[in-house]
Write a protein that binds this ligand. Structure first.
Ligand code: NAP
Length: 275
């Protein structure tokens, strides 16, 4: 079994972005945080750190939990119009009273570095996206950088969210995998997963994927980030699965760093599109 070192791959990508940005890319990412979600604050710090490392400017706009939809949209509108801002990311999850779809749709497509708005999602689904959804693109990056063949393989993705499962399934399909998408209503989940050559868990349930989900020699990618007793753990029971899989991603240190590295690639592309 090989452990896929997401930290190392992500560092290599950040270095590539830094080298490309050195020729004058003055990208500026603005992150909007509504509320006080502690996990969001950790993720935002990671994004700020990555921006500093590759030479991009980053700004955090913190808005109170009680902000209205109109107030959030007004901030985004100002950022959409500001020529100094080349990337906008509204950190999720949002407080429940806000309309998530309306907010992500409001970000100008050329500044939508999270690639969540309908324009970029549509282009990505058509295989014409310049900005790519960060986490699924990070998963594809891990597979490709490890020289794991995707074409012709049976990929099973557990999870169908707009942010991970669905776009990842489309990306795997575009790479010629045969794709099965599982979700909370899937029957005989373990049996379906056991058919996978590439198994991706993007669920948010700690250690859902046990040894009986994994075919010997399968590639197992764990997107899950679950905070149990303050310790971060994935959707895969790592200790039970590691000796069955041919490749496996750890949590932390697998997919997570790739998400931020892909965000840096998107920030560079967004700047290029606007310069
Ligand atoms: P989400 O929106 O809650 O979606 C979870 C998906 O899992 C849904 O499609 C749901 O099915 C499915 N599901 C729930 N329980 C299930 C079960 N028992 N069996 C099979 N499927 C089940 O979550 P998300 O935003 O995609 O995130 C998933 C996980 O990835 C979370 O732990 C999150 O923290 C993590 N994440 C990590 C990164 C990273 O950078 N590493 C980035 C984003 C997310 P239904 O559709 O039927 O409800």
């Amino acid at each position: 079994m090989a452990i896929i070192d997401g930290k190392a791959h992500a560092a290599a990508i950040r270095q590539e972005v830094k080298t490309q940005a050195a020729s004058g890319a003055n990208a500026h990412l603005v992150v909007v945080l509504v509320g006080e979600d502690p996990a969001s604050k950790v993720y935002i710090r990671g994004k700020e750190k990555a921006c500093a490392e590759v030479g991009f400017k980053s700004t955090l706009i913190s808005m109170p939990e009680t902000s209205t939809q109109e107030e959030v949209l007004a901030v985004i509108e100002k950022l959409n119009k500001d020529p100094d801002v080349t990337g906008i990311l509204v950190q999720q999850p949002f407080p429940a009273h806000l309309d998530k779809n309306k907010i992500v749709s409001f970000v100008a497509p050329e500044k939508d570095v999270d690639c969540l708005g309908p324009c970029n999602v549509g282009l990505a689904a058509m295989g014409q996206g310049k900005l790519l959804q960060c986490t699924p693109s990070g998963v594809i990056g891990l597979l490709e950088r490890e020289n794991i063949e995707i074409a012709g393989k049976h990929a099973v993705v557990i999870g169908r969210s707009d942010i991970v499962g669905k776009p990842l399934a489309l990306m795997l399909l575009a790479k010629d995998a045969t794709v099965t998408i599982c979700h909370s209503r899937t029957k005989n989940l373990a049996e379906v997963c056991r058919r996978a050559d590439i198994l991706v868990a993007a669920v948010g349930r700690a250690r859902l994927v046990t040894a009986d989900f994994v075919k010997p020699g399968a590639v197992v990618i764990d997107v899950g980030m679950n905070r149990n007793e303050k310790k971060l753990c994935g959707d895969v029971d790592y200790d039970a699965v590691k000796d069955i899989a041919s490749y496996i991603t750890p949590v932390p240190g697998g997919v997570g760093p790739m998400t931020i590295a892909t965000l840096m690639q998107n920030c560079l592309r967004a700047w290029e599109m606007q310069k």
